[in-house]
Write a protein that binds this ligand. Structure first.
Ligand SMILES: Cc1ncc(COP(=O)(O)O)c(C=O)c1O
Length: 348
């Protein structure tokens, strides 16, 4: 396909995190034990059987990634092989076929390339969000895996996930609901984990928070993660810590931030259980991190019926999160050398 190199007339800097219909999406079907050749299509609606296991039993999973335009005009993905591995880990857990990595990467590249006009330009603060998804389709009634599956990749230009644009502090409210059981599906990117979180998010927002924060469901002491992001904490000791938990999604952003902290800034880092109440006074700075959230400093946390300020006036962005954020986004935008080899260029 010839790529149309003109950009759409969008107000890139004003974009929020909403679906915008783009021109093409990629679709491939798994049938009779094999993947059929996939292709780009323009129809955004899916026609699936009313008995499809994805609709009734949530036999579906997804991923979230971004394509960005670099300073020198390249279009890059960030560590896409890790998204492919994570999708396959989830697929296996839900008895769905793995999407071969070559198919996953080719589908993402094709969807990005075909929608070139929708990729936000360098410096706009926006990015092209990429949503790969795998769903169980076909006729079914009883609780059993689907016979057929559709792998689809659609894209949408997006701005910041949280309403405050740029690097501004957000707030989290500890949820009374559990997100995931210790041996449940919390560490998989299964849609089923998110439906139960909708009410938790609503309740957190009613308290004025940006999002819900979950504690571990066994003891309700240790930090698990936020509704759509992992947590990293800079301690007053100078260490950067992040929760170790079997119930959280292994975030690619978190892994990258921890690597930047230890390798670039030589900070001591540790993944360990973090007791919210017992350790809160040793928190110097806290952030939510994820593809959509990037690295969003957390200024205030609501628990035990009141707001607790992490640092400054509760709206301040601290120096540790500022430098980690700067390093991450400079790397993703190609403003500094890709010293870790994390960028994957999409040839146009
Ligand atoms: C529950 C949850 N945790 C963490 C993350 C962050 O993961 P990643 O950095 O791979 O986007 C996400 C998705 O963005 C998520 O949905």
């Amino acid at each position: 396909m010839d790529v149309n190199l003109s950009k759409k007339p969008l107000k890139w800097a004003e974009l929020g995190f909403q679906y915008i219909k783009t021109d093409f999406r990629y679709s491939a079907v798994f049938q009779d034990g094999d993947w059929l050749p996939g292709s780009l299509i323009s129809e955004e609606n899916m026609l699936i059987h009313e008995g499809a296991p994805s609709l009734h039993y949530a036999q579906q999973c997804f991923e979230g990634m971004k394509a960005q335009t670099t300073q020198d005009g390249r279009v890059v993905l960030f560590r896409p092989a890790l998204n492919s591995e994570r999708m396959n880990r989830t697929a296996s857990r839900l008895l769905m076929p793995e999407v071969p990595q070559a198919l996953f990467i080719a589908a993402v590249e094709e969807a990005v390339r075909a929608n070139y006009g929708w990729i936000p330009p360098y410096g706009s603060g926006a990015a092209l969000y990429i949503r790969p998804m795998l769903i169980g389709v076909g006729e079914n009634l009883g609780l059993k895996p689907a016979q057929s599956f559709e792998f689809r990749v659609f894209v949408s230009p997006v701005g910041p996930y949280y309403k405050s644009a740029g690097l501004a502090a957000i707030s989290l409210a500890v949820s009374d609901f559990d997100r995931a059981a210790p041996q449940g599906t919390g560490s998989y990117k299964a849609g089923a984990n998110y439906a139960g979180g909708l009410l938790a998010t609503l309740k957190a927002q009613e308290l004025g928070a940006s999002e819900a924060l979950y504690l571990d469901s066994a003891s309700h002491r240790f930090i698990d993660e936020a509704g759509s992001a992992n947590i990293v904490i800079a301690l007053t000791s100078g260490e950067l810590v992040t929760p170790s938990s079997q119930a959280i999604l292994p975030s690619i952003t978190r892994r990258s931030v921890m690597e930047i902290a230890s390798q670039q800034f030589e900070m001591p880092t540790q993944e360990r259980a973090i007791d919210l109440r017992a350790e809160f006074d040793s928190f110097a700075e806290m952030s939510a991190c994820g593809t959509a959230a990037v690295l969003s400093p957390v200024g205030r946390v609501y628990f035990d019926s009141k707001w607790h300020i992490v640092n400054g006036d509760g709206y301040t962005v601290g120096p540790v999160m500022q430098k980690l954020y700067d390093s991450l986004v400079q790397l993703q935008r190609g403003e500094v050398e890709d010293r870790f080899g994390w960028l994957h260029e999409v040839e146009m």
